[in-house]
Design a protein around this ligand. Sequence first.
Ligand SMILES: Nc1ncnc2c1ncn2[C@@H]1O[C@H](COP(=O)(O)OP(=O)(O)OP(=O)(O)O)[C@@H](O)[C@H]1O
Length: 259
Amino acid sequence: MNNDAIRLHHVSRRYGAGGNAVTALDQVSLSFPRGTFTAVMGPSGSGKSTLLQCAAGLDRPTSGSVTVGGTELTELSETGLTLLRRARIGFVFQAFNLLPSLTAEQNVALPLRLAGRRVPKARVREVLAQVGLGDRARHRPTEMSGGQQQRVALARALITRPEVLFGDEPTGALDSQTSHEVLALLRGMVDREGQTIIMVTHDPVAAGYADRVVFLVDGRVNGELVGAGADDIAARTTKLETGASRPQSAPTSSEALPC
Ligand SMILES: Nc1ncnc2c1ncn2[C@@H]1O[C@H](COP(=O)(O)OP(=O)(O)OP(=O)(O)O)[C@@H](O)[C@H]1O
């Protein structure tokens, strides 16, 4: 069986046409093996969100191929894409996007309800316990801290047992201690349950929880760091932001080139 949860092959995404055209992604090829945690970093406008959206089936590439566990997304209809996202993909964003009138357990059950599926109460409790909120099932978002709300959002993303969990700055609205708690949870899901996670972040400390960090510059992959700590990641991002590493330099021992 293919061991990649997601594969992008020569993916390009252009917005607009003529003189106003923007190439947000330019021939990006990347593989995300199952059970790994990848951070995506790069300067503002380098294509991180576009990469996430194309990989998650929220946006369609202009050219190239995206496969989720062997399913070619570019061949799916809109309905097919929606069904695939609902069943096989989870999302957490910087904004928690919880419904304020619903309790934690009702928020967590929402994706199943929207899909017209049965909501096993035990599963809702299980996933809330998994994020350390077993005792908060009946609380509403306003009765919870930011970190707790993000953990409810995480439980909501996990209720369907997604093959891939995408995070777009999931700790962007949290203080450093709370960020650590959420990132440690994500790390534990990869290590204990083999969850695949792909997370866009600007924060080298957050990226340090990942197994590898993929860097984008001007819509292209500009190398990656494997097993790096926050200091090395910060040094690399500073270089990218000042343009010092363009064009790409030869990889060092802890670096690997994209496949
Ligand atoms: N809907 C759109 N229409 C036109 N241009 C777009 C659109 N979405 C993104 N872009 C452009 O594509 C490029 C990549 O944008 P993207 O949001 O993917 O970058 P990013 O790395 O996520 O940026 P940031 O870190 O600032 O969020 C940018 O030049 C952006 O202006």
